[in-house]
Each structure stands twice: as structure tokens, then as C-alpha cells.
Design a protein around this ligand. Sequence first.
Ligand code: UDP
Ligand code: MG
Length: 144
Amino acid sequence: MAASSAMEQTLAILKPDSVRRNLIGKILAQIEESGLQIRALKRLTLTRKQAEAFYEVHKERPFFGSLCDYMTSGPVVVMALEGERAIERWRELMGATDPAKAAEGTIRRKFGQNIEQNAVHGSDAKETAAREVAFFFSALELAG
Ligand code: UDP
Ligand code: MG
């Protein structure tokens, strides 16, 4: 079946501000309504080392230290989402990095507080999605 070639997995994170404000259910509902499947899901608190490793690509950016402080400030919910063109679809559903610039109806527009505390994370390409899903989930956890 040709359609299966577009099947993708992507990593989603409900960031500490979302968990702290009891937004898990509202955001999961929006994900499920979009037709994306939640393949694996867990709640955890990132260590400093884990946050720095996860965001390594940004380590030279001025916001890196503050971003790692924020991402370790409380529990997060991490998910592997699955579906056709899941990477792009989840980015669309999230909206732009800066909630003030995100389109109406997107998760960041509705729930993001500022360019740092912007409610959710999503992988940005096939290679980063594979790395990020494997960062949090084992093959066994993805097999369910
Ligand atoms: N971020 C920030 N200040 C900026 C840009 C980004 O604090 O000027 C934070 C924000 O939480 C963002 C994360 O760093 O989600 C990663 O940045 P990226 O450019 O990869 O944005 P994203 O892919 O999350 O939209
Ligand atoms: Mg990014």
C-alpha cells in the first residue's frame, strides 16, 4: 500500500507550564481530534543533563540556559505520535514558536505564555524525530 510510506512518528512534549496548569487533558483531546495516534506516553521530570542533551542543538543560543531551567522546573509529559505526515501535522497543530505569532486555534496560541513557555514541543524533521523518539522511548515501549 503506497500510503504507508508517509507513516511517521514524531516526539511531542507537554512542557512544564502545561502540566503545572492542568492542561494535559485539553491538549491530548486536541491531538486525538486531529486524528494523530498516541503511540506511547509517559510523565517524567527531566534532569539538567537530560534537558541539555535533548536541546544540544541550541547550546550556543542565548536562551539555552533559561530553556534548560524551564524544562527542568517540573514534570513533563512525553509522547510518540504516529500518523501520515505526523511530523508536519503536529507542527501545524502546535503553531509558531512564539505564541503571539501562532495561528488562531493552535495549541501554542491557546495555551502558550511566551516564546519560552510555549506549552509544547514537536520534532522538526524526520531525522530529529527519530532521534527524539529514541531519546525517550525504548523499542518495547513503542511496540504496544
Ligand atoms: N525558545 C526560547 N527563546 C527563543 C526561541 C526558542 O526560549 O527565542 C525556546 C522555546 O521554548 C522553543 C525552544 O526554545 O520551543 C526550542 O526552540 P526552537 O527554535 O527549536 O523552536 P520550536 O521548534 O520549539 O518551535
Ligand atoms: Mg525546534
